[in-house]
Design a protein around this ligand. Structure first.
Ligand SMILES: Cc1ncc(COP(=O)(O)O)c(C=O)c1O
Length: 302
């Protein structure tokens, strides 16, 4: 997806121009994938720009860094504040923020011990990630990364080679998005989203264990519970998903995306389901600052 650049990037403690934010060919992470990142959205609200769940994202960034042995050369507070300063400095009101930590230049061989560690944050305006009112999803022949192969709930750059393979596979077959099963054959998640199904008014989302448990997933679960819906985190199979009344994906980039078809099977009546609609609306109200109950999730930039 082509993006619109902004003026500044924060790199290793300094603001530099977007054009100068480059890395050397001999950058360890470029070769081996041991980097970690976050995707964070910010929104224009009547009371100013807000960053959604910033503290949680920064915590996960540091957790992910720990999973690949990185000691971040800045504190969580310094990175948190750098994000706010960057958004302000770039003078954009809504979009996406990408912090990235990587093993840097001048160190080759798989063992990263001793390699320099770099950190940068970029942000840019970003509209809808999956550009449709509802989408068609196909189960990938690739399995979600086995939880014993990696720290599966860390957001490690290398994990996304698995996601990219699945996306390429299903795009070739004409679908909008991929779906992963886990090593037990249970429905896991999308390449960059969690999944929910609604059956008899109950929301069901795969239990933790093989997924990246997203903050959008967490927000939707809390919102749904507060609205009186029953929410269950439990494993289920594809046949259960095919028989669902409603299905939707959640993620920072994707937000809340209704799914109308999985593997050529129509979900419900093929239209956006009523509970999906209610939750989508509630989520957008929250991120737009219209729900005082959830203001703890919002960081105001100004
Ligand atoms: C594999 C995967 N699952 C789920 C998610 C959703 O997580 P979040 O809602 O925190 O963006 C993402 C996105 O970060 C992801 O990459």
């Amino acid at each position: 997806m082509k993006l619109k650049s902004t003026k500044y990037v924060w790199m290793d403690g300094k603001f530099i121009s977007w054009k100068k934010a480059t890395v050397h060919l001999i950058t360890h992470t470029l070769h081996y994938g041991a980097g970690v990142f976050e995707g964070i959205r910010f929104y224009k609200t009547p009371k100013g720009t807000v960053i959604f769940r910033l503290t949680d994202h920064i915590k996960r960034l540091f957790y992910s860094a720990g999973a690949i042995g990185v000691k971040v050369p800045f504190s969580e507070k310094e990175v948190h504040d750098a994000v706010i300063r960057l958004v302000k400095k770039n003078e954009i009101k809504s979009g996406y923020i990408r912090p990235l930590i990587w093993y840097g230049e001048g160190h080759m061989g798989i063992n990263p011990i001793g390699a320099p560690v770099n950190i940068a944050i970029a942000c840019w305006p970003w509209g809808l990630y999956l550009k449709a009112e509802s989408i068609r999803v196909k189960t990938s022949s690739f399995m979600r990364i086995h939880p014993k192969s990696t720290v599966h709930d860390a957001k490690i750059s290398g994990h996304y080679a698995n996601s990219i393979q699945a996306v390429l596979e299903v795009k070739k077959a004409g679908y909008d998005e991929a779906l992963f099963l886990d090593y037990k054959g249970h429905v896991a998640e999308g390449p960059g989203e969690n999944i929910f199904m609604v059956k008899n008014h109950v929301l069901i989302t795969p239990a933790k264990g093989s997924i990246l448990p997203g903050f959008t997933r967490d927000s939707i679960m809390k919102l749904a519970k507060d609205m009186g819906y029953q929410v269950m985190e439990k494993s289920f199979k594809l046949k259960d998903l095919y028989a669902a009344d409603e299905v939707f994906l959640t993620g920072t980039a994707a937000e809340v995306v209704p799914v109308r078809e999985v593997d050529k099977k129509k979900i419900g009546n093929g239209k956006v389901g009523p509970i999906t609609q209610v939750l989508y609306k509630a989520f957008m109200e929250v991120v737009n600052g219209n729900h005082s109950k959830y203001k703890k999730w919002l960081t105001y930039v100004n």
